[in-house]
Design a protein around this ligand. Structure first.
Ligand SMILES: *Cc1c(COP(=O)(O)O)cnc(C)c1O
Ligand SMILES: [Zn+2]
Length: 408
């Protein structure tokens, strides 16, 4: 089972004991979970994964839950890695894959993080969880909290996709809509949690969501027979998936499962909210709050990621870059991908395809590189965004094939 050792501040390295609930370090740094990887190396063989469950819990020795009966699982992770030849041929990328996280419970990779966080909440005896969310994290938390029989208090922007709102309500969560952004939601949770007795499950303020998300890194290695790809595109909001994968690579190297070679990490953002891209271009270690953040890719509408420095470090150390695309470009890319490959992806995943096109055109990437794009969610969760491209009928399409026909 788990080889959990302790938690460690990512800023000041202060050590925190496992087995009790933690949020941030006093210095404001997010906590990272550490394992006895030496023990794991001796007692766990990657060949055994053949018999492990077909969920992210196949990597249980490097996940934090100590009592397996506390695991709250709805079948998250172990998602397909799809070779997209047609898309690759059109863009000039000879070896292109899409890791399809849209197949997770609640239709996004947030299921990985919340499966882990809610399992730990159950193990630590927490009974009231609160989360500020741009949308999909709320859906995932509501689902796992329902499965665990724990209260979920959700704060999300009032213009969140209706899939997220309806899912949360259906899962029985207490939902409050906020006339603002995720940053405003976070402030409300922070101001009220003490009085209400909520545990704050905000991105990176809660240390175990990142552990769930890091399994995306273990999986891509396993699916490629322990040879990492050359390039990874990741749609970056809070950046937790990217930070998590980077952590997974380090752990796997310590386990002796992979070499020191790392993929170029490409952080993809949108023109309407690109704090990480701006910081990358200006060479600063941290980002600045992005004013008036707006985009249809709601998961990327994070004006000031708490873990910006961790994202920027990983991107820089990997020789990758940060790049933004417009909402027009990402919707075009999403629709083209759907028609070419039969995959209907979230706008966030589509943003990566638009970014790939740019980086091939600029020569930053070469046609023969092995490239993986993370599609973090299903297009079905974003019907409002995509429906702007497909109005049901317009006047001239009455009584025409491909338009609207009235049977006589
Ligand atoms: C939350 C979310 C993101 C951003 O994830 P981070 O790991 O926080 O950067 C990207 N895509 C979708 C669909 C999301 O829900
Ligand atoms: Zn600290």
């Amino acid at each position: 089972m788990t080889t959990l050792s302790h938690l460690e501040c990512s800023l000041c390295q202060k050590r925190f004991e496992a087995g009790i609930a933690h949020n941030l370090c006093e210095c404001g740094g997010p906590l990272l979970v550490r394992y006895h990887l030496d023990k794991a190396r001796e007692n766990w063989n990657r060949e055994w994964l053949g018999r492990a469950p077909a969920t992210m819990w196949r990597y249980a020795p490097v996940l934090p839950v100590s009592r397996p009966e506390k695991i709250v699982s709805l079948g998250e992770g172990y998602t397909p890695l799809v070779r997209t030849r047609r898309l690759g041929a059109r863009l000039g990328a000879d070896q292109l894959w899409v890791k399809d996280e849209g197949l997770n419970p609640t239709g996004s990779f947030k299921a990985r993080g919340l499966s882990c966080a809610v399992s730990m909440a159950a193990e630590l005896g927490l009974t009231k969880l609160a989360i500020p969310s741009a949308g999909n994290a709320a859906s995932a938390m509501a689902a796992y909290a329902a499965a665990a029989g724990i209260e979920a208090h959700i704060f999300m922007p009032r213009d969140v996709p209706s899939s997220n709102y309806i899912e949360c309500k259906a899962f029985g969560a207490k939902v409050t809509l906020v006339d603002g952004l995720i940053s405003d939601c976070a402030k409300i949770v922070n101001d009220r949690k003490q009085e209400e007795g909520w545990f704050d499950v905000s991105t990176l303020k809660e240390p175990y969501r990142i552990e769930g998300k890091k399994t995306m890194g273990y999986e891509v290695a396993e699916q490629f027979q322990w040879q990492l790809p050359g390039v990874i595109f990741y749609p970056t909001g809070g950046g937790v998936g990217l930070i998590g994968m980077w952590k997974a690579f380090e752990e796997m190297e310590t386990l002796g499962w992979i070499t020191a070679k790392r993929p170029k990490m490409i952080a993809v953002q949108v023109e309407g909210c690109q704090p990480v891209v701006r910081a990358f271009e200006q060479g600063t270690p941290r980002s600045e709050f992005w004013q008036n953040a707006h985009t249809v890719a709601s998961g990327l509408r994070v004006p000031k990621p708490l873990g910006d420095f961790l994202v920027l470090n990983a991107v820089r150390d990997s020789g990758g870059c940060a790049i933004a695309v417009s909402d027009e470009e990402l919707l075009d890319a999403g629709i083209q991908l759907a028609a070419e490959e039969g995959m209907f992806v979230a706008p966030e995943g589509a943003a990566c395809i638009a970014a790939l096109e740019k980086l091939l055109a600029s020569g930053f990437l070469k046609p023969d590189e092995k490239i993986v794009i993370y599609n973090t969610g299903s297009g079905l969760k974003y019907l409002e965004a995509y429906s702007t491209r497909f109005p049901r009928v317009s006047g001239g399409e009455q009584d025409k094939l491909g338009g609207l026909i009235t049977p006589r």
